[in-house]
Write a protein that binds this ligand. Structure first.
Ligand code: 6R9
Length: 635
């Protein structure tokens, strides 16, 4: 189909116009031509943003793994589906062909069934970046179980909260994980979490670090012996297009994480189509996304999008700094990677280490470079363009979210001229709008506002697990008949979008979304703390770092402040994970509040950023005097 692989800007505009003039006809064509459906849909789209209710390909039946694997067996059975590059460069790389992937997914799926997992059951996956992670995701999808992958850097408390929220029946984990020179005892984190999780019936444990771990009789099972015994074929469960495929948690502005629920049919169509166009993948290419499968980027663009296209997708277990800062480039060279997709925070960290690590390697295979997760600053963009892509590989700055399932705003390489720091144009079928504070759409160019989407797209999340009202309140209530993203954006003179950052209480640290509320909840549990407020401030490498303003109780005031800081960060590590630790903690007597008692984070953000020239109107504050005091003591 001609509109499947867009090749120049004119074609983009043509296809884009068609896709928004009649989205249903457009997506129906894409769905018809490129996938295996067990049954055709009755309706392409039914939607009502006021409820909100969104249904794509209603009545259709499919199994996404049949599209990711079985469909390719005849033509690509021996092609490598997954390249696994271990943490330690001395350990052997694994190449898993489509045929082997089929076998391993089927066996795993049969193990799940044998342990009592069936369609609709929730399975929590808490694994490092090893092949079992991708395989267990696909095994769940094979039998219609809903996977809920929890990033293996989260603490036991965070894991327990997520397991309980969706009442998972099983956890899949490993004895431990490697991260650079460190090993992490994942299984003991799971054991701790499970003290508070009554829904879990069994735990499957993959062996990775060969550590001596405790296995609970009747609950915990080593994975390998079960796989060895399992039958190597497993019929895919036939799913309705709207049946949930997975839950993935993201932070919000309250303490409770939001379990975003994604569909089977629409998610498949959109992730496949975006992958093909945004990365311009060709049959023999090797594609590498450095994200962790614990995040949406890994779900859509390590596992599903690439496999739906019969691509070779690389999974890297380690970190960019191990054994040295050349590791990414060593891997690009070793596997002759063609498309490379990473985060601005990684680019900044590597740029800082200088060119020695880059120059050792042959990067000439690279055709397309991608970035995702947070706004990319101009300096990092140019470093990436000059030194990694050598100005020959276009940079796709892809804006999207856990909630959107797939890439929403991005250049199409070789078609859309790029512009540093701009995500550029809406992807095919995406209708963005910028809104002002009064709820009016801001038309025209050279404007900025709150970024909304006016019309459904196939991979949008359908609800928040167990809390549809929250889904409505968070995304569909700020502006009538619009999906509100939580981001601000500007549109330049030619209609290119630049994402300016979050306009809510979420801070993006090293590409990870962190809600400030759960961090504040964790701090407030400290016996010496009475109240706290967290904001982000600019950081050279992480993009943003966290700044905490903490009010101590009387009993805490005499304590050593540095010890208190350590204790607070320890609490955060236990409750959420080390990624949420604060860089700076300022003890203060008060926090600026509105008359209705809301903390004025806008002011705190400016002070933490040392940008106090224009604090805006502070006269509406209940306690304007604290502002000066906080400014005088800023860290
Ligand atoms: C895919 C992913 C979503 C938030 C999003 C925005 C920020 C993502 C971006 C970007 C500027 C980009 N974000 N990509 N900001 N430019 N190219 O990251 O999902 O983890 O849910 O984060 O990340 O603020 O709202 P998720």
């Amino acid at each position: 189909m001609s509109n499947y692989h867009i090749k120049h800007l004119e074609e983009y505009y043509q296809v884009y116009r068609k896709s928004v003039r009649n989205p249903e006809v457009f997506w129906e064509e894409v769905a018809e031509e490129h996938f295996l459906w067990r049954k055709r849909w009755n309706n392409v789209l039914q939607w009502d943003f006021s409820k909100p209710e969104i249904k794509w390909f209603e009545g259709a039946e499919l199994n996404i793994t049949e599209n990711c694997i079985d469909r390719h067996l005849n033509t690509r059975g021996d092609k490598t589906a997954i390249i696994f590059e271990p943490n330690n460069p001395d350990e052997e790389t694994q190449h898993i062909s489509y045929r082997e992937l089929h076998d391993r997914v089927c066996r795993f799926a049969n193990v799940l069934k044998e342990k009592g997992i069936g369609k609709g059951d929730r399975v929590c996956i808490y694994l490092p970046m090893i092949p079992e992670l991708a395989i267990s995701v696909l095994a769940c999808a094979r039998i219609g179980a809903i996977h809920s992958v929890v990033f293996a850097g989260f603490s036991s408390t965070a894991l327990a909260t997520r397991i309980n929220d969706s009442e998972c029946k099983m956890v899949i984990t490993s004895d431990g994980s490697y991260r650079g020179a460190k090993t992490i005892d994942l299984k003991s984190i799971v054991d701790e979490a499970l003290e508070d999780c009554s829904s879990i019936e069994s735990v499957l444990v993959a062996k990775r670090i060969n550590s001596d771990i405790k296995m609970k009789e009747g609950r915990d099972y080593w994975l390998q012996p079960l796989l060895d015994e399992a039958y190597h074929d497993c019929d895919p469960e036939v799913m309705d297009a709207e049946d949930p495929l997975f839950i993935l948690y993201t932070s919000g502005s309250t303490g409770k994480p939001k379990g975003m629920v994604h569909s089977s049919g629409g998610y498949m169509v959109y992730t496949a189509y975006t992958f093909k166009n945004v990365f311009q993948y060709r049959e023999d290419d090797v594609y590498w996304c450095t994200a962790d499968i614990g995040w949406i980027t890994g779900h859509s663009y390590i596992v599903y999008g690439p496999l739906l296209n019969g691509a070779t997708t690389l999974m890297f277990e380690g970190v960019p700094s191990y054994p040295d800062f050349g590791r990414f480039w060593e891997i690009v060279d070793k596997h002759q990677v063609n498309q490379f997709y990473t985060a601005p925070t990684a680019i900044r960290a590597l740029a800082k280490e200088g060119m020695d690590h880059v120059e050792k390697y042959d990067l000439s295979s690279l055709k397309v470079l991608g970035t995702v997760g947070e706004p990319i600053n101009e300096e990092a963009w140019h470093w990436y363009d000059d030194n990694i892509g050598k100005k020959k590989a276009p940079i796709v700055d892809t804006w999207w979210q856990t909630e959107t399932g797939g890439i929403m705003i991005s250049p199409i390489p070789f078609a859309t001229p790029t512009k540093p720091t701009y995500a550029t144009l809406p992807f095919i079928g995406i209708q963005p709008a910028l809104m002002d504070e009064n709820g009016e759409e801001i038309k025209g160019n050279q404007v900025d506002g709150r970024l909304c989407i006016k019309y459904p797209w196939p991979s949008m999340a359908r609800t928040i697990w167990g809390d549809h009202q929250r889904y409505k309140d968070t995304y569909f209530s700020a502006f009538e008949n619009m999906y509100f993203t939580g981001d601000g954006a500007l549109r330049d003179e030619v209609g290119y979008y630049r994402i300016t950052g979050r306009v809510d209480d979420v801070v993006i640290v090293s590409g990870h979304n962190l809600g400030t509320a759960p961090i504040e909840d964790a701090i407030n549990e400290h016996p010496a703390v009475s109240e706290s407020a967290i904001v982000g401030f600019p950081h050279d490498i992480k993009g943003n770092a966290l700044y905490g303003y903490v009010i101590l109780k009387e009993t805490g005031e005499s304590r050593n402040h540095d010890n208190l800081r350590k204790e607070i960060n320890q609490l955060i590590t236990e409750q959420i994970g080390p990624i949420a630790k604060l860089d700076k903690i300022q003890f203060t007597k008060g926090l600026p509040k509105t008359r209705s008692g809301k903390i004025m984070r806008r002011i705190l953000r400016k002070i933490a950023s040392k940008d106090t020239s224009n604090l805006g109107d502070t006269s509406t504050l209940l306690n304007p005097e604290v502002v000066q005091d906080i400014m005088d003591n800023v860290l």
